[in-house]
Design a protein around this ligand. Structure first.
Ligand code: NAD
Length: 249
């Protein structure tokens, strides 16, 4: 396939984890990808091994940097069919020890980022009748201890998804979310103690963590033409976690 014929996707938080797996799946299925990440070293290391990608080092929570991302994509890609707002940060701890700075830092990346990015790319996506996927979390579906900022940011992002779907539908833009269950990435490994891991294994009907590639499949599906009549949905990719109630013998 010629480079020009490849549809174009932008993935944030693409240097590693779910974002990198999503980038690779887009490439395997014939897309080209603008990889955005705040971590320049890791982004250049991973992007350097891939064809049909453009690496853009930027912070999605900064309006000026988002404008720069939009300008670079316009200049080098000339358009966009899919935007994946995947960049996210976690902060775990009791409510009474949460500081306003840490609360704001989580909201800035997890909520301001997808708001700013989708707004910046609306015109470009409308020209291609494109799709947006916001990556939320089971922590935004069910409340649990120690996740006050993270869980709240992801619940708000799920609602932002609905607002965007309802308003941007008339432009032909579909907006959905994928809510992953636990996946062994750097983000999860940093905070999932053996006790947390055991509790997830018990609470998940499939009794295991997800793999990055399994989350990528859901994201790329929602960006594809196979999902052409699906918008305003939050798709759980969580081994059944959100379907289950209290585990009874
Ligand atoms: P990860 O930490 O491996 O990757 C996140 C990437 O986002 C990193 O490369 C990081 O540098 C980048 N990033 C962080 N802040 C950024 C910013 N302001 N601007 C640009 N890039 C930024 O984490 P992951 O597990 O792959 O997480 C990806 C998404 O999946 C996140 O939104 C996360 O909340 C969500 N998620 C993860 C899990 C899990 O268990 N791993 C579960 C549910 C949801």
């Amino acid at each position: 396939m010629s480079v020009e014929a490849r549809p174009k996707a932008l993935v944030t938080g693409a240097a590693r984890g779910i974002g990198l797996a999503t980038t690779k799946l887009f490439l395997e299925t014939g897309w080209q990808v603008a990889m955005v990440d705040i971590d320049g070293d890791e982004l250049h290391r991973t992007a350097g091994k891939l064809d049909h990608v453009r690496a853009i080092v930027a912070d999605v929570s900064d309006p000026d940097q988002v404008l720069r991302i939009e300008q670079q994509v316009a200049e080098h890609f000339g358009g966009l069919r899919a935007l994946v707002n995947n960049a996210g940060v976690a902060d775990f701890g009791p409510i009474r020890q949460a500081t306003f700075e840490r609360w704001r830092a989580v909201m800035a990346t997890n909520l301001d980022g997808p708001f700013l990015m989708t707004q910046a790319f609306t015109d470009m996506l409308a020209r291609r009748r494109g799709a947006v996927v916001n990556v939320t979390s089971i922590s935004g579906v069910r409340a649990s201890t120690l996740r006050v900022a993270y869980g709240t940011s992801k619940a708000a992002l799920a609602h932002l998804t609905l607002q965007q779907a309802v308003e941007l539908g008339e432009l032909g833009i579909r907006v959905n979310a994928v809510a992953p269950g636990p996946v062994d990435t750097k983000l999860a490994l940093a905070v999932h103690t053996p006790e947390i891991r055991a509790a997830y294994h018990d609470a998940i009907p499939l009794n295991r963590y997800g793999r990055e590639e399994e989350i990528a499949q859901a994201i790329v599906f929602l960006c594809s033409d196979a999902a052409s009549y699906i918008t305003g949905q939050v798709l759980g990719a969580d081994g059944g976690f959100s379907a289950a109630g209290v585990g009874l013998p």
